[in-house]
Write a protein that binds this ligand. Structure first.
Ligand code: SF4
Ligand code: SF4
Length: 104
């Protein structure tokens, strides 16, 4: 999701439900975030990420959402969000939900 996307049409209804699951930050994602915040990677991990026993990092949580989601349901790191978020294709945005209306 992001600031200038069709998401804004849906956000009053979906409340950015796509930002509730824990998102994984790869090593590359962490490097990108560190450059963005002019920090080193350890600082980024300490401030924004949690380590999971499966040897992955994911974003800390804030009120059941990703830490980076703003109060108005925007991605606070849209330009440098992790690959998994960039690749995500929401079924609302593809028109999938509308196409199933009336289907039983
Ligand atoms: S990607 Fe989908 S669920 Fe997420 S904010 Fe946009 S419309 Fe809502
Ligand atoms: S990084 Fe941004 S797009 Fe990804 S889950 Fe967090 S708030 Fe949502």
């Amino acid at each position: 999701m992001g600031q200038e996307t069709p998401c804004n049409v849906f956000i009053p209804e979906c409340k950015a439900c796509c930002c509730r699951p824990r998102v994984v930050f790869t090593n590359t994602d962490i490097e990108v975030l560190a450059r963005h915040f002019a920090m080193n990677e350890d600082q980024v991990k300490e401030l924004y990420l949690e380590y999971h026993p499966d040897h992955i990092y994911h974003a800390k949580r804030k009120k059941r959402y990703c830490f980076f989601l703003t109060d108005d349901y925007q991605c606070g790191i849209h330009e440098v969000k992790p690959q998994v978020c960039k690749m995500y294709r929401c079924l609302r945005l593809t028109g999938f939900w509308e196409s199933t209306r009336g289907v039983k």
